[in-house]
Design a protein around this ligand. Structure first.
Ligand SMILES: [Fe+2]
Length: 252
């Protein structure tokens, strides 16, 4: 192209993408003029300040290939009526009706669940071999927060570690799901650091969830499928469905 008159390489750059950061999490926005991330996330940024997420470091990553639509993964993540039947080990550590949900926000939804008495974190046996994250209140040391940040981040905050899922829709019925566990650097630096107590616990629980997501995908794909009613514990799922419908109605 050097010989082409008036051609300037600078006129044809790679496409620019807006990027912003929240306590170590990097968000990309493909809009031409996006709102600042702080305006989009609002009070969520302050809500989880005490976890000091920007100081945590990756300890383990597992990539899942889920044969289900990404929205089913988000819906599954935001209700725990399935927990007693599907996740007996999880329900033993954290009662499925404990905690409470926050109302749906335009860019996120979530809630918390409480650890049962005597349980210190979500791990195989409920014990916590790691130091609790500094800065957490006594209440937050007894809770796990589960927040879906639209469109593709799931944030699970435990007393001693952070688990994130990043969802990458590959096809209407397929989602690559990158699950990562993050710990304090001082824990990672310890001799013999081994996070398998919580990683294996969640790997088992994740696989149980993906299995029912895949069953739901197969069922919804059937010509005989008819949507059922929401339960009164599925307020977030209803709100999320309305959010998606409104999004499409606005032609976005
Ligand atoms: Fe689940």
């Amino acid at each position: 192209m050097d010989e082409v008159p008036h051609f300037r390489k600078a006129d044809y750059p790679l496409m620019g993408v807006h990027a912003d950061e929240w306590d170590g999490h990097i968000f990309l926005n493909l809009s031409e003029r996006p709102e600042p991330l702080s305006a989009q996330l609002g009070s969520l940024m302050e809500k989880f300040r005490d976890w000091r997420m920007q100081h945590l470091r990756l300890g383990r990553r597992i990539v899942y290939d889920v044969k289900a639509n990404w929205k089913l993964v988000i819906q599954n993540y935001n209700e725990c009526l399935h927990c007693p039947n599907l996740h007996p080990a999880l329900n033993k550590l954290s009662h499925y009706l404990s905690g409470e949900n926050e109302l749906l926000h335009p860019t996120y939804m979530g809630g918390r669940m409480d650890l049962r008495p005597g349980v210190d974190t979500l791990s195989w046996d409920g014990t916590c071999p790691r130091a609790v994250l500094p800065g957490l209140s006594a209440d937050d040391r007894r809770r796990v927060y589960y927040y879906a940040i639209f469109p593709n981040m799931l944030l699970s905050l435990h007393p001693d570690y952070m688990m994130t899922h990043t969802l990458w829709p590959i096809a209407p019925g397929r989602t690559i799901n990158v699950c990562e566990w993050h710990f304090q650097p001082s824990e990672l630096a310890r001799d013999g650091f081994d996070p398998s107590d919580c990683v294996d616990f969640w790997d088992m629980t994740n696989k149980q969830d993906w299995h029912v997501c895949e069953l739901s995908q197969a069922g919804i794909g059937s010509p005989a499928y008819v949507p059922g009613p929401y339960s009164n514990r599925e307020d977030l799922l209803y709100a999320f469905d309305r959010f998606i419908v409104n999004f499409h109605e606005r032609g976005l």
